[in-house]
Design a protein around this ligand. Structure first.
Ligand SMILES: *Cc1c(COP(=O)(O)O)cnc(C)c1O
Length: 397
């Protein structure tokens, strides 16, 4: 059976360009970039070029690019940087919001144990926060505001430019987790006006285990990993040269293709949303229009997301019920709870995240299959029976 991969928010398939770059550098750039001889210097030159290319793709200066092992590490390093900056400046309050990735939320928990005050803003029914909410939350003691550019589960894009402007006005650091945004929507750090930004290669057809923390000139990133003097002493460890060069090739390709891919993705996304919403008692999660081009997330009443996924998998459809990090746990998604879905509804969620490789034929097959599977599962569900017989009230009309 042909498989249909629609879990691109969890990870993407590497592009041919990224694979070729990786192989080329694995074979030729085996040197340690810190070595002074020819082989080492060749690897160093490749890394210099990659840094320039990545910087150009997000409107940064190469000196503002710090290589990491991916989105989670970048988020951790950004928060540590703000924590230490705050301690130096006598500030210990951090503002974030409830639907952030766990790489942010769990790190904030850790900083809370170390004496910081953490404030998580509520989101509205579409998963949005406003710059006015941020403005009212900022006080004398605030060191950092960290708000993601786009949500990994429900695809909502947040107003980071407006939020960055408020932070700048108030003299507060601003970080954004742009892992779902880079390579998918235009991202320019100077236009946004952020102090720090996280990105990860495997979310835009690059390799897993490599990412970037952008840190604007004048702010020194704190050190998460101590050791050698790599990354100007801010991140020790022999660099993942092949991964970095592959990430550079992938980001260039993804950013170049945004104008071409976006309308195609939006068409497929809307077709899929409209098709799924034909299923009775189904609701869309996240923003209607202000959402990532490839993101679809819905809840079906009276269904268990896990059973839905297994049956879709049997039909060749690789989807997700939330974030890859929480699947496997029985807790419903913190994102769906934050936008106001009750527990029993949050359990019936389905996330489909498209790439430009998907086709309209696949979208129609997904709609048809999901309709069949939802109908089948509802027939067997005692909860659905109660709803039908009026013994229970529908939450989704
Ligand atoms: C995937 C993801 C991360 C984590 O990135 P890794 O490279 O897998 O560590 C962080 N934030 C968001 C929004 C993500 O989607």
């Amino acid at each position: 059976m042909n498989k249909i991969y629609v879990d691109n928010a969890a990870t993407t398939k590497m592009s041919k360009t990224a694979i070729n770059a990786m192989l080329m550098h694995l074979e030729e750039d085996y040197g340690n970039p810190s070595s002074l001889h020819m082989v080492g210097q060749l690897a160093n030159e490749s890394m210099v070029k990659a840094r320039e290319q990545i910087a150009a793709c997000i409107g940064a200066d190469p000196k503002e690019i710090f290589f990491t092992s991916g989105g989670s590490e970048s988020d951790n390093q950004a928060l540590l940087t703000a924590f230490e900056w705050g301690k130096r400046n006598g500030k210990k309050h951090i503002i974030s919001q409830k639907t952030e990735h766990h790489a942010i939320l769990h790190t904030l928990k850790k900083l809370e144990k170390q004496g910081f005050e953490i404030e998580l803003l509520d989101v509205d029914g579409e998963g949005n926060v406003t710059s006015e909410q941020v403005r009212s939350a900022i006080h004398e003691d605030t060191a950092l505001v960290t708000i993601m550019a786009a949500n990994n589960e429900i695809g909502t894009q947040l107003p980071i430019k407006e939020i960055a402007a408020v932070c700048k006005e108030k003299g507060v650091l601003f970080h954004t987790d742009a892992v779902q945004a880079v390579g998918h929507i235009p991202i320019n750090v100077k236009e946004i006006g952020c102090d720090m930004l996280s990105l990860s290669a495997h979310k835009f057809h690059g390799p897993k285990g490599t990412g970037v923390l952008y840190v604007r000139k004048g702010l020194m990133p704190s050190c998460l990993i101590e050791g050698g003097a790599q990354e100007r002493g801010r991140r020790a460890g022999t660099e993942n040269v092949a991964g970095i060069c592959s990430m550079a090739a992938a980001i260039k390709e993804a950013v170049d293709k945004i104008p071409e891919n976006t309308p195609k993705l939006i068409d497929m996304r809307n077709r899929l949303i409209n098709g799924l919403l034909e299923i009775p008692h189904t609701i869309l999660n996240g923003a209607k229009s202000n959402r990532l081009p490839g993101n679809v997330n819905v809840c079906f009443e009276g269904i268990e997301g896990e059973s839905l996924l297994l049956l879709l998998d049997a039909k060749g459809i690789c989807a997700s019920s939330g974030s890859a990090c929480t699947s496997g746990s029985l807790d419903p998604s913190h994102v769906l709870l934050a936008i106001g879905r009750p527990h029993e509804v949050a359990h019936g969620s389905l996330r489909l995240t498209l790439s430009e490789e998907n086709t309209v034929e696949q979208i129609d097959y997904i709609i048809k299959s999901t309709k069949e599977v939802v109908e089948y599962l509802r027939k067997m569900s005692p909860i659905w029976q109660d709803l039908q017989e009026g013994k229970r009230k529908y939450v989704i009309q």
